[in-house]
Ligand binder design. Structure first.
Ligand code: GDP
Length: 522
């Protein structure tokens, strides 16, 4: 019973967006709701020159950015909120993708002046692949942006998902009057620098609101709203929870405007931890026996101790500090005595945790990304984490050929940790590493030097479009530098196309060869 109560309080989600859409600003507002911070401007030190305590590694300090995603948790109303941060700027990496495997829903922020941008699209595709429910927040309504209908159309077409506007903006920028909150049947009035006010629909004919309701912008929007009611998609929580429909909220994270109603509605609608697939069927969050999986490993959080922390998403049962669990991959029994929960401002020891929670456990170099930990006699593993295709590729060699042994060891370990992906060029056997973001290379170079004492040379082969190939369709003579043939560690063939043009040219020339795009949105 207790487990069920705890699970039904958990709301675990990530916020995804393209850089500058307003993720930090919105996150700060949510942390303010949770009383986790006292004033805005304290989450990310990048702009202020202060460093958040989530920036552990030396390199993070140098750059003032957070290399790997951190976790923030706080109670809000009757809920226990867990927000997983997804690194988005130059620190975009596979961790960003993997984080999405550990959440139950996602908030997607779109800048109203820009619409859907490249990084949003990539992250959206991962959510789609995993069937994660997506809630959309269209931000920066206090500025002149694109027409709301046009934005919805773009979401529907580019992302191939139904939209349901939970609220509807009246004007924008200088003419911004507020939003019709369709879900709570109230008008939320924008008062510039003053706090927003709420007017129930039924009160709108009160003479006090005369100037508002006779405003031409307001009248125009009323007509639009009627059209939406008649011609728009119907609201369906079922479709939302399947990831087939996205509820759309308009607002401004900075003002802040519409953030409170967005968050209150979101937190109510967002799913609690749900049953998850394992190799032996489905495991429910209220299964009394503890289980979870590791989605991230972070080394050197404390340079003095060179420790590694594994981030574990609890999927069932109750975690208790000091408990013994089984590492499913090896059957080894491990006592979890050092555990931490992550808060934006500190690392606290965690005594107990339930499905939906993220805990950090000390890793004496035994865990791997994707590992399952379980309590009890059963034996199963959580669904493997997919290997997310990298986009940047570089040829890597050791500066000093005499260091070949350390070079291979470092490469092997960092690949195993999931910091980078390793490929071999088919022709020359040279090592090619792939990463999702540029910063991963800097971290890789830094760690090779500091942990394995090897200086490396990285030679860029640029941003590439990767497509997997079927082994029996590989004819070596068809490939060259523009469509570089490489093999991954399992021996699968991958073609790295130089650009869209090279890809299309190849498709036209060899229509029989199947090119597999792991990121395709169906
Ligand atoms: P992130 O890169 O997604 O984390 O974006 P930030 O939260 O750092 O915001 C990027 C810029 O947009 C900052 O200068 C913010 O002040 C600004 N910004 C964020 N939300 C709003 C908004 O609602 N309205 C306006 N006008 N600016 C905003």
């Amino acid at each position: 019973m207790k487990i069920n109560d705890e699970v039904s309080k958990r709301k675990t989600f990530a916020i995804i967006s393209h850089p500058d859409a307003g993720k930090t600003t919105l996150t700060e507002k949510l942390l303010l709701f949770g009383n986790l911070i006292r004033s805005a401007g304290t989450v990310k030190g990048k702009k202020s020159g202060k460093f958040a305590t989530s920036d552990w590694m030396e390199i993070e300090k140098q750059r003032g950015i957070s290399v790997t995603s951190s976790v923030m948790n706080f109670p809000y109303k009757d809920y226990q909120v867990n927000i997983l941060d997804t690194p988005g700027h130059e620190d975009f990496s596979e961790d960003t993708y993997r984080t999405l495997t550990a959440v139950d829903s996602v908030v997607m922020i779109i800048d109203a002046t820009k619409g859907i941008e490249a990084q949003t699209l990539k992250l959206f595709k991962v959510c789609r692949m995993r069937g994660i429910p997506i809630f959309t927040f269209i931000n920066k309504l206090d500025r002149e942006g694109r027409e709301p209908l046009e934005l919805l159309e773009e979401i529907e077409q580019v992302l191939n998902i139904q939209t349901y506007p939970m609220n509807w903006p009246v004007g924008m920028g200088k003419r911004f009057l507020g939003i019709f909150d369709r879900y709570n049947k109230q008008f939320v009035r924008y008062n510039g620098n003053e706090e927003e006010t709420y007017i129930p629909y039924a009160d709108l004919d009160n003479p006090a609101y005369q100037s508002l309701v006779t405003d031409p912008t307001y009248k125009e929007t009323e007509d639009e709203l009627l059209l939406l009611d008649e011609a728009g998609d119907n609201y369906s929580l079922e479709a939302i929870l399947k990831g087939e429909q996205t509820p759309v909220f308009f607002g401004s994270a900075l003002a802040p405007f519409g953030v409170q109603t967005f968050f209150d509605t979101f937190i109510e609608m967002a799913p609690n931890p749900t049953p998850r697939k394992t190799t032996e069927g489905i495991t429910s969050p209220d299964n009394p026996e503890f289980s979870g999986f590791i989605f991230k490993i972070q080394a050197n959080m404390n340079p003095a101790h060179r420790d590694r922390i594994a981030f574990l998403r609890v999927c069932s049962g109750k975690f208790e500090r000091g408990m013994s669990v089984k590492l499913a991959r090896t059957d080894k029994v491990i006592k979890l005595s050092q555990s931490q929960q992550f808060v934006a401002s500190a690392r606290d020891t965690v005594e107990e945790a339930y499905a939906g929670d993220i805990i950090g456990i000390y890793d004496p170099n035994i865990y791997r990304i994707g590992d399952t930990l379980i309590e009890g006699k059963e034996h199963y593993e959580y669904d493997e984490l997919p290997q997310f295709p990298p986009e940047l590729f570089k040829k890597v060699t050791a500066k000093n050929v005499m260091k070949g042994k350390q070079f291979k060891k470092g490469l092997e370990q960092l690949v195993q940790e999931g910091a980078i992906q390793l490929f071999k060029s088919h022709r020359t056997d040279s090592y090619i590493i792939g990463a999702v973001g540029e910063l991963q290379y800097e971290v890789f170079e830094y760690r090779m030097k500091n942990e394995y004492n090897v200086e490396i040379l990285l030679e860029s082969i640029g941003e590439r479009i990767p497509r997997w190939l079927k082994t029996d369709q590989v004819d070596e003579s068809l490939f060259d530098d523009r469509n570089l043939l490489v093999k991954d560690r399992e021996g699968n063939y991958l073609c790295l196309f130089k650009n869209d043009f090279a890809l299309r040219w190849f498709e036209d020339k060899h229509p029989k060869i199947e090119l597999i795009d792991l990121f395709e949105v169906n």
